[in-house]
Design a protein around this ligand. Structure first.
Ligand code: AG3
Length: 283
């Protein structure tokens, strides 16, 4: 299907703004049980996957998001061995998690198996580690998975979800965080993608409040650019169970245990700095 000279556009609901990417071709279009999965070849951002018309991943900029969803939490934990990824069906987060030599088990619980199958075909580099002996791919409801997990199962839980609407809404609730708290071992960390600081500051504030109400002693938000997501500015919010989120294994990150393209020790420290309007909720 040749669509030369066309543009893909995601309009940012209620913001009077949008992102457009020039596309060469549409290479996949499928309605799964849960959502519409579309894949395009773009002119300058490589392959693009959208779910229900919203940008999920492009070849060109996904490294920033996937590294920031994984490495800050994993380098804050003193010894992350068992990691759960909820959502993350493109497997990019799983790929970053498996770079950590301490990790013994990385389970991914994605609702829609079709997202992972499409990703295996169109984003092979994100799926490179799917056959790692430490990786387990499950296709199930992540909310139920965490509710059913025995207490103290995981060291780190990463919530790589879609926007907080539809099936993903429950992944931003206090009940879900209570279940995460229970499913984490002492010193455990939960981190979830928390949308745009510019467009969704209230969501970030409410996530921090819900994490604390669910028992997490500390909540901290990481800020980073993500040029193809709404506003181009994104965040991830962590909750720590008896652990200080401001400290991390500096020496390990600085030593460059493995290759990254965005994350490093100064980026980690800088990403924890909050803008004024989020430090003072009234602004
Ligand atoms: N997770 C974040 C998707 C949110 C994007 N929102 C939007 N385009 N409106 C994507 C999955 C990456 N592994």
């Amino acid at each position: 299907m040749a669509l030369d000279t066309s543009w893909y556009t995601e309009e940012w609901a209620g913001q009077g703004a949008a992102i457009s990417l020039k596309i060469r071709d549409k290479v996949h279009d499928e309605q799964s049980t849960y959502q519409r999965i579309e894949i395009y070849e773009t002119e300058t951002f490589g392959t693009l996957m959208t779910l229900d018309g919203l940008v999920m991943v492009t070849d060109r900029d996904n490294f920033v998001y996937h590294e920031m969803m994984s490495h800050p939490a994993l380098f804050t934990h003193p010894d992350p061995r068992r990691v759960l990824v909820i959502g993350g069906g493109d497997c990019g987060t799983l790929h970053e998690v498996l770079k950590h030599p301490t990790v013994e088990l990385a389970e991914q619980v994605e609702l829609d198996e079709r997202v992972t199958r499409a990703s295996e075909k169109f984003f092979p580099e994100l799926c490179e580690s799917n056959n790692d002996r430490r990786a387990r791919l499950h296709f199930a409801d992540g909310i139920q998975w965490v509710a059913d997990a025995p207490p103290g199962t995981y060291d780190v839980i990463i919530v790589d979800s879609t926007d907080p609407v539809g099936p993903a809404a429950g992944l931003f609730s206090e009940t879900f965080y209570q279940n995460c708290f229970r499913a984490l071992r002492p010193r455990g960390i939960v981190v979830g993608q928390s949308e745009s600081p510019l467009f969704h500051a209230d969501l970030i504030r409410s996530m921090q409040r819900s994490l604390k109400a669910a028992g997490f002693g500390e909540a901290a938000t990481l800020f980073f650019p993500q040029c193809t997501y709404p506003s181009g500015w994104w965040s991830a919010t962590m909750g720590g169970k008896n652990i200080t989120l401001a400290n991390f294994r500096n020496s390990d990150t600085a030593a460059g245990m493995f290759a990254t393209r965005y994350y490093n020790q100064p980026i980690h420290a800088a990403a924890l700095a909050s803008p004024e309007f989020l430090r003072h909720p009234e602004k």
